[in-house]
Design a protein around this ligand. Structure first.
Ligand code: ARG
Length: 387
């Protein structure tokens, strides 16, 4: 997790990384429980409660970030909220309720994270999280694919701090933040990357902003059909809701094409890891006490293989404890996946993660299976590698 974004940019006061909170304009009362209200900061961010069902696409992530349902089984969040691209079951996802303790809330876990390959804290601050099963009864939040909506007044929502330095919220808060031009925003943040970041807030008075724990959540507005459309991803800011220190959001329209193709390329997507997932679904008999290879010839994949390459193996066998399964790289390097494990159980249906960053991606990869004990037999049913 990188909750340290702020630290890297502006020492202790930069609010990046974890959660964010929302504020409403001064004078609006905070309906949520008063966590953090004892903070006596002059620019405290107020917030108003979102109604149940008002923003059905909002999700809360267990590392303390927000996100939005982009597909029924894909959440769009911030890169700084997640670790490297690859399989992971470590992220919990809560959806379907403004109350994080609602007994009727929807919960899921991650199966895979895709972090922008261009992420360079805080540039290109977007990531996708694949869920273990779809959430089918909540509206999705479409993303802006042009700059047409990159202005006006935006809505933000999240369970992050309601005051700078305050605690996380149990109930979803929302606020409205006006667009701030790149030119003006650069007066606050000279490091702003204008086409990758979009700023919002009340320039001269502050008072309304996202904050720690809101990161990864959406900034959105109505499109020409009066439907919600996402224009930003909560990324960072200097403090929260301070005058002349607006919130900075990843500019979704800039990344829309990359987000769409990454989503299609997630495991189980319509186009697994475009250009980077390769498979051989032919069957290869594993001779008793013998060895067989199932080759995958990779071309057009530039550079090194991934530091967290996924190898999905499907073997039909009546005694998997017989089997030694290796991945053999194009240069002959051997990565052992299984060494006679699993005893008398049948079959191998497993995804392995290996650091293949010392290998070039192009060339012929082999799944090598050796049957090391007599009697039971089987076959390689298919395998895939994501480089
Ligand atoms: N980086 C923060 C997070 O991880 C979000 C900070 C947003 N700050 C702001 N002033 N808008 O939650």
């Amino acid at each position: 997790m990188s909750r340290t974004l702020s630290v890297l940019r502006r020492a202790a006061l930069l609010t990046v990384g974890v959660a964010a909170a929302l504020g409403a304009a001064a004078g609006q009362s905070l309906a949520a429980p008063p966590a953090g209200n004892d903070d006596v900061q002059p620019q405290v961010v107020g917030g108003t409660r979102a109604a149940q069902g008002e923003f059905p696409f909002m999700v809360r992530l267990s590392m303390g970030c927000g996100g939005a349902l982009y597909k029924t089984d894909v959440v769009l969040t911030a890169a700084h909220c997640v670790g490297a691209t690859g399989p992971t079951t470590s992220i919990g996802v809560t959806a379907g309720s403004v109350d994080l303790q609602d007994p009727n809330r929807i919960t899921r876990t991650s199966t895979y994270v895709y972090r922008s390959p261009n992420y360079n804290n805080p540039a290109s601050d977007w990531a996708l999280i694949k869920l273990n099963s779809p959430i089918t009864n909540q509206a999705l939040l479409p993303i802006a694919t042009t700059t047409a909506y990159d202005s006006g007044t935006f809505t933000v929502a999240g369970w992050g701090a309601a005051t700078e330095g305050g605690g996380q919220q149990r109930y979803l808060l929302k606020a409205q933040v006006p667009f701030i031009s790149d030119t003006q925003c650069r007066q606050a943040y000279s490091e702003l990357v204008p086409n990758e970041e979009i700023c919002a807030g009340n320039w001269s008075s502050g008072g309304v902003d996202t904050c720690q724990g809101d990161s990864g959540g959406p900034m959105f507005r109505r499109d020409n059909n009066n439907a919600w459309i996402q224009v930003g991803i909560v990324s960072w800011g200097y403090g929260c809701a301070r005058p002349e220190n607006p919130g900075v959001y990843a500019q979704v329209s800039t990344f829309a094409a990359a987000i769409a193709s990454a989503a299609a390329g997630l495991p189980g997507g319509s186009n697994p890891q475009p250009g980077r997932t390769f498979e051989n679904q032919n069957n290869y008999n594993i001779p008793d006490m013998g060895t067989v290879n199932s080759p995958i010839a990779v071309s057009g994949a530039t550079g090194a293989a991934s530091a967290s390459a996924a190898i999905e193996v499907n073997i039909v066998h009546t005694y998997r404890g017989d089997l030694v399964v290796d991945l053999v790289a194009p240069d002959g390097s051997v990565y052992n996946l299984l060494n006679r494990s699993g005893g008398s159980a049948d079959n191998v249906n497993q995804t392995f993660t290996k650091n293949l960053s010392s290998e070039t991606a192009n060339g012929t990869w082999n799944l090598r299976v050796r049957d090391a004990a007599s009697a039971d037999t089987g076959y390689i049913n298919g395998w895939k590698i994501t480089l």
